[in-house]
Design a protein around this ligand. Structure first.
Ligand SMILES: [Zn+2]
Length: 92
């Protein structure tokens, strides 16, 4: 019965600040159209720009959630192509 005190120290939430892997966020809308928000890095800042409507916004950390939100709110594009590998379009 000596488990020690380990395993309780997961309340930091700093480790999620990577975001380096993706330079763009793509989402599909209901009509099957793809909308892409590109993320540019310039120094500390990141600038997002939407290919579809020209929307732009800067962010310091984690721009991706903002980009996703824009896609969802402005274009109703919430389908993640990476997460939907099963492909809803099996031959139309
Ligand atoms: Zn847009």
């Amino acid at each position: 019965m000596s488990e020690g005190a380990w395993g309780v120290a997961e309340s930091r939430g700093e480790a999620m600040a990577r975001g380096d892997g993706a330079s763009e966020v793509g989402r599909w809308d209901r009509h099957g159209r793809k909308h892409v928000v590109r993320v540019r890095r310039s120094g500390v800042r990141r600038t997002m720009s939407c290919d579809t409507c020209g929307w732009r916004q800067g962010a310091r950390l984690r721009p991706l959630p903002k980009a996703e939100r824009h896609l969802a709110e402005a274009h109703q594009a919430t389908v993640d192509p990476a997460g939907a590998r099963q492909g809803p379009s099996t031959g139309r």
